[in-house]
Design a protein around this ligand. Structure first.
Ligand SMILES: *Cc1c(COP(=O)(O)O)cnc(C)c1O
Length: 374
């Protein structure tokens, strides 16, 4: 029996593990010099824009919405195919998520359908770069500017992705990244928000830590309701070690994705009815390699066979958000976003992580073929 192959695995080297030990021994383990250094490194990576770190890539978006003044009575447009955090944060600040169906090819929000969803109450759009494939930033910002909307880019999966040769995060409005364990760069848990100016960055710091502002040796005041969202130095030092390796990590992911396409072969999609991802080697960071199964195959059966017969773990990213019970209770229902519903029912994530080998890609492809023809 072959060894179990998970769909992802974090990439942590020995130098990083040693650096974590050093932080733990230093006596300063919560937010301190490593957080500051990591924010500085990230800011340089994003072309000098202000960046603040947090303990998740969820609170980053919630805080961006708060900075933009979005709350009760406001609507925020987003995609139904994302991690549920993307829509939950909209509800968390008291606003209403308005879903727009996805494009069947990119599986990202369908920009052709955004404008009809805009009402006088619409204040922002949260696009998601699913599996790291960027939403068309030219069209996105053209729509946002025309309708005077803020944008909170949920780029949780898009660190290292590009648009028009520019890094995602180096331009645009608010850009949110996650450093959760499965992401291309991890700090175990964590995230960062790229902001537009120092004033927004100061506000982000307040929302991050109880709304507190300190002055002099003993001055302290609170003027907004903040929470507890700061990153620790233990986490930050992991990010500091990961960031210089990001280009290597992305290149390795590209090579493995390319090997998937080569191994599946040019006529696989046509023969099997499986939809492969967009073959993009310019913009995407290949955060995931997701296929959409034909309607005739039950995903649960496929996943069970991959696991039990081939010892291969697959993932589901993601079931449609609007069909979760809490969202149904808000009036959303089956049939509203047919493309998202079909993709959400049949999408499967195949293994892809930097330390995976070409032989393992071939093992996955053989297993997929085997399960499909069984
Ligand atoms: C991971 C992820 C998030 C949330 O990030 P956390 O760090 O887990 O809070 C949000 N949106 C998308 C698309 C993600 O993949």
């Amino acid at each position: 029996m072959s060894e179990f192959l998970p769909f992802t695995k974090p990439y942590i080297d020995e130098a990083t593990i040693a650096a974590v030990g050093d932080v733990l021994r230093s006596g300063w383990i919560t937010s301190g010099p490593k957080v500051q250094a990591f924010e500085k490194a990230l800011s340089e990576y994003f072309g000098g824009r202000p960046v603040r770190t947090f303990n998740s890539g969820t609170c980053t978006m919630e805080i961006a919405l708060r900075i933009a003044g979005i709350g009760a009575g406001d609507e925020v447009i987003t995609t139904p195919i994302s991690w549920v955090a993307t829509a939950n944060v909209i509800i968390e600040v008291g606003a209403t998520p308005v879903f727009v169906d996805i494009d069947p090819v990119t599986r990202n929000i369908d920009l052709d359908k955004v404008e009809v969803a805009i009402t006088p109450r619409t204040k922002a759009i949260i696009p998601v770069d699913l599996s790291g494939l960027p939403v068309d930033r030219d069209r996105l910002y053209a729509i946002a500017h025309k309708h005077k909307l803020r944008v909170v880019e949920d780029a949780a999966q898009a660190l290292g992705s590009k648009w028009n040769g520019k890094r995602i995060g180096s331009f645009g409005d608010f850009v949110s990244f996650s450093f959760q364990a499965n992401k291309n760069l991890t700090t175990t848990e964590g995230g960062c928000l790229v902001l537009n100016n120092d004033e927004e960055a100061r506000l982000a710091e307040k929302y991050r830590l109880q709304g507190v502002t300190r002055t002099g040796f003993d001055g302290m005041d609170v003027d907004v309701l903040g929470g507890k969202f700061n990153m620790t130095d233990v986490a930050a030092v992991i990010g500091l070690h990961q960031l210089p390796q990001l280009d290597t990590i992305t290149a390795r992911r590209h090579a493995l994705a390319q090997h998937y396409f080569t191994t599946f072969g040019a006529d696989f999609a046509q023969q099997s009815g499986v939809q492969l991802p967009v073959k993009d080697f310019t913009n995407t960071n290949w955060h995931m390699f997701e296929i959409v199964l034909p309607e005739t195959i039950a995903r649960a059966d496929f996943m069970a066979k991959m696991k039990e017969q081939h010892q291969i773990g697959c993932g589901v990213h993601y079931p449609p958000i609007h069909l979760f019970r809490m969202y149904r209770e808000r009036g959303l229902k089956e049939g509203m976003f047919p493309v998202a519903e079909r993709v959400g029912r049949h999408i499967v994530t195949l293994p892809l992580f930097p330390r995976m080998s070409e032989a393992e890609v071939e093992r996955v492809v053989a297993a997929v073929r085997g399960v499909l023809t069984a």
